[in-house]
Write a protein that binds this ligand. Structure first.
Ligand code: ZN
Length: 154
């Protein structure tokens, strides 16, 4: 059986890469599909799954169409859904950070979008639909962000 080792178990390889992305605006979408595909080809893994995971609670990771209008509409409507002018419980002094928290809206937008995407990998190809691209969403930029790409399979 393909993918079995000598004792009949399945041998799964795991490849890990951390992308560093410097965002330039307070709220923006960054298409990271090419970076994810590059990590997949570096991994040598042909079949399995690709996990894309953001390490920040004021960002998002999602899949959608790479279209210039949508790249503006999605942040615009997330801003309309979660307004910045409100009395948030999160907005108080944090001794561990030595400063006021002022970004509850960024955390809430992150919850709406989610922090990860999982894509199937088949015969060396990331199985995205024709219009599907992988985005990092910045909600509290500009900042340096770290996105993990973990590929598991054979
Ligand atoms: Zn915060």
């Amino acid at each position: 059986m393909q993918g079995s080792n000598s004792d009949g178990g399945i041998s799964v390889k795991v490849y890990f890469k951390e992308l560093t992305i410097v965002t330039r605006r307070s709220c923006e979408l960054i298409n990271i599909t090419d970076e994810v595909k590059k990590a997949v080809s570096e991994s040598g893994i042909k079949n399995g799954i690709v996990l894309v995971f953001s390490k920040h609670t004021t960002t998002g990771v999602f899949i959608n169409e790479a279209e210039k209008g949508l790249e503006r509409d999605i942040p615009f409507y997330l801003k309309k859904l979660v307004v910045e002018e409100d009395n948030f419980f999160h907005h108080h002094f944090f001794y561990k950070d030595g400063r006021m928290a002022v970004n509850a809206w960024a955390h809430i937008r992150s919850v709406l979008v989610g922090l990860h995407a999982i894509v199937p990998l088949k015969d060396g190809n990331v199985l995205l639909g024709g219009r599907e691209n992988i985005y990092l969403a910045e909600f509290d930029g500009p900042k340096e962000r770290h996105v993990v790409v973990q590929i598991m399979g054979e």
